[in-house]
Each structure stands twice: as structure tokens, then as C-alpha cells.
Ligand binder design. Structure first.
Ligand code: HEC
Length: 109
């Protein structure tokens, strides 16, 4: 009987030790998200969807140089979402949050 009691205490202590360990894991990730853009997500979206025409640094290629862009956020959104000339429309192909990330990336924010 006495042994069973000690087991319960041991399990409880173990649980108490594990819970804060799980929380601590989340803290460094939050600090990383404070890093200044370009966020890795925007870089990846750009590399996968835009670099083929605009160059891997946005320096231009088949499409014009677009980084850093002089266009306003609204103009960038319209061109990316709806396309223009040979520029394909990305509405429906990219999430709005991805387009927003790209806009910040192109504006060098
Ligand atoms: C198939 C090639 C192609 C792809 C892929 C492409 N673009 Fe373009 N883009 C163009 C061309 C060509 C233009 C010039 C359009 C025009 O005005 O005739 C252009 C224009 C633009 C402009 C306007 C530039 C300015 O100064 O007026 C922006 C911004 C832009 N693209 C962003 C993007 C982004 C962001 C992506 C990826 C989501 C992308 N493009 C993917 C070909 C492409």
C-alpha cells in the first residue's frame, strides 16, 4: 500500500516536470517570428511562383524587376491577384495571406 502511494507521487511529479518542458518549447519559436521580414514563407512563395519570370532576387527576367517595388500595396495586390499583360493572375492560386507576405517582401518591409 505504501509503495502504491509513492508511485502516485512519482507519476505526479513527472507530470509536473513535463508540462513546463512542453511550454518552454514554444517560446523560442515566438522569438523567431519577431525576426524582421522577409519571412521564410514569402521567400518560398516567391521562389515557387514568381522567380521563374522575375528572377530569384526579383531583379527581373522575363518579367520586369519588382524588388524593391515602387508600387503601392494596393497596386501590388491588384497586379498579383488579377495579373496584367503577360503577368498571370494568382487569385485563387495563392492564399490572401501569401499575397500579403509577398507584398511586404517586394516592398522590402
Ligand atoms: C509567367 C511569368 C510571370 C510570373 C510567373 C509572374 N510574373 Fe509578375 N509580371 C510578369 C510580366 C511579363 C509583367 C509585366 C506585365 C505588364 O505590365 O505587361 C509582370 C509584372 C509584375 C508586377 C508589376 C511590376 C511593375 O513595376 O509594374 C509585379 C508587382 C509582379 N509582376 C509580381 C509578381 C509576383 C509577386 C509573382 C509571383 C506570385 C509574379 N509576378 C509572377 C510575368 C510574370
Amino acid at each position: 500500500m505504501r509503495r502504491a502511494w509513492w508511485w502516485m507521487v512519482a507519476v505526479l511529479l513527472l507530470a509536473l516536470l513535463l508540462v513546463p518542458a512542453g511550454c518552454q518549447k514554444a517560446v523560442p519559436q515566438q522569438e523567431e517570428s519577431d525576426q524582421p521580414p522577409p519571412t521564410p514563407a514569402a521567400v518560398q512563395v516567391f521562389a515557387a511562383n514568381c522567380a521563374g519570370c522575375h528572377g530569384d532576387q526579383g531583379q527581373g527576367g522575363r518579367g520586369p524587376a519588382i524588388k524593391p517595388s515602387q508600387l503601392s500595396e494596393q497596386e501590388l495586390f491588384t497586379v498579383i491577384a488579377d495579373g496584367r499583360g503577360d503577368m498571370p493572375a494568382f487569385r485563387g492560386r495563392l492564399a490572401e495571406s501569401e499575397v500579403q507576405a509577398l507584398i511586404s517582401f517586394l516592398r522590402g518591409e
